[in-house]
Design a protein around this ligand. Sequence first.
Ligand SMILES: NC(=O)N[C@@H](CC(=O)O)C(=O)O
Ligand SMILES: [Zn+2]
Ligand SMILES: [Zn+2]
Length: 427
Amino acid sequence: MATIFKRARLLNEQGEFISADIKIDEGRITHIASHMDEDDHDEVIHVNGQFVAPGFIDVHVHLREPGGEHKETIATGTLAAAKGGFTTIAAMPNTKPVPDTKQQMEWLVNRIRETAHVRVLPYAAITVRQAGKQLVDFAALKEAGAFAFTDDGVGVQSARMMYEAMQQAAALEMPIVAHCEDETLTYKGCVHDGAFAKRHGLSGIPSVCEAVHIARDVLLAEATGCHYHVCHISTKQSVRIVREAKRAGIRVTAEVTPHHLLLCEEDIPSLDANFKMNPPLRTKEDQQALIEGLLDGTIDFIATDHAPHTEEEKSEGMVLAPFGIVGLETAFPLLYTHFVEKGVCTLKQLVDWLSKKPAETFRLDGGQLKVGAKADFVVIDLHTTQVVDPTTFVSKGKNTPFAGWTCKGWPTMTVVDGNIVWQKGRE
Ligand SMILES: NC(=O)N[C@@H](CC(=O)O)C(=O)O
Ligand SMILES: [Zn+2]
Ligand SMILES: [Zn+2]
């Protein structure tokens, strides 16, 4: 049986709104036209002029399962993804245990199949237990279903380890995705080494802690031909290095988070650990450089780095609380309201950074709303205003610095493979 989504508003290639009906059958989009007559046996869903975008793709999500189920599970994290309009997410490997063997990856793939509400691409670790000492079996993990390799949560400290990881990944045509943090330069900091740290007598993480890893790694990527992807880029020096590396023809890509685009250290109101994440919120100048880098294509797309922690853990204060904030349920409304509505970027750019661009970067089948594509999309109400309220999150993590922000652009329905996986009012 086919389903017709009636009276959708879509963006065309030029970024203009068009009205269309969307027909889907057996999980694929089979027809898009300005008006479609329905057969008696078609199911009809009225979208009533709401915006319909390709399902969002987030390649940086912490689902915490196995081992951290008190913070999040594959079920709760993927429901949060669906509620945020994400139809594909990639799961970070800093779990207990780490997916660093074929057996562990097979367990994870199976657990995803049984419990996930959206598509989940599992990352494998680069090093055994993410301990940085011994490389994983890259071929076996690819074979078992790994999407790419990363030690996110920690940086790969040894240049030799990273060099050999890139050689192996390149031979398998797999990307290396990097959390860039030189542990000799963290100074046990909990925030950026800047004005906020100074004012509160806290030790700070300097910008070079990130940038020196990126500088090292683009040279290793050049030497090995590996596709090297930078996680959660946060400093202006990092943006400059990526820009120059791209100019030199090196296969480097980068992502930036909504929080690094929308906030800087000046916005931290108090010693509230909901403003503590790794990398930390940097300076206004860094924030501006990230926006410019995204606009000029140096930074390829947006990823949330959804990192749920419990309220108990987050109430331990700025020094002791774990790093990380949630992001799946607020990414689009925040960026729509504060970037699109304020003219920083267009709706087409924002949608591309959340769908087409990550798909292109990682050669995924998806990220576009067109005939023949998988029926993965999100229906969004661009007009109704709602305040960010963590108590309404379906994620177990309520740790957001955006509580109380007023936004438009809330998803109302998310479709994966032609199936409604989340719908407003039917939670
Ligand atoms: N970003 C964070 O602050 N925390 C992440 C780890 C990470 O992404 O490096 C986490 O797992 O909690
Ligand atoms: Zn990280
Ligand atoms: Zn992360």
